[in-house]
Design a protein around this ligand. Structure first.
Ligand SMILES: [Zn+2]
Length: 132
């Protein structure tokens, strides 16, 4: 198992929607990569099942996920790539790219230590607090 690399689309999606996700997606074909942050806006942070997520690339705002759909601020190569990756994960597929998390918990941001946490991208406490 490679460190911080997701192998299960469902596990990756759980991390993606944890609130403070930081992912790196690398194309297996071209080797090019993107880094994205998927965050729950603070006003929705305490929702039992948050439905709204902002997508950032560095300081650049890419768009919002609402109701499971991605709405890009404007169409670009990068928002197309994000949309493609999200759709593939929602369809239970992870082919053609490698998806890594940052090594910090996707919910609280603390550095991950346990081996199981490197698989999920979530610390044990945060993993238990999350529904589903
Ligand atoms: Zn945590």
């Amino acid at each position: 198992m490679k460190k911080n690399v997701f192998v299960d689309p469902a596990v990756a999606l759980r991390y993606l929607f944890a609130g403070r996700a930081e992912i790196t997606v690398t194309s297996n074909r071209t080797g090019s990569s993107y880094q994205w942050r998927i965050v729950i806006p603070s006003k929705y942070w305490n929702d039992p099942v948050p439905q709204c997520f902002f997508i950032w690339s560095g300081d650049i705002y890419l768009g919002v996920i609402a109701g499971g759909r991605f709405f890009p601020k404007k169409t670009s190569q990068e928002t197309k790539a994000f949309s493609w990756v999200l759709t593939s994960l929602l369809n239970g597929r992870m082919a053609g790219y490698t998806l890594r998390h940052s090594g910090n918990c996707g919910r609280c941001g603390y550095p991950l230590i346990a081996l199981e946490s490197h698989y999920t991208g979530l610390g044990a406490d945060c993993n238990n607090k999350m529904r589903g």
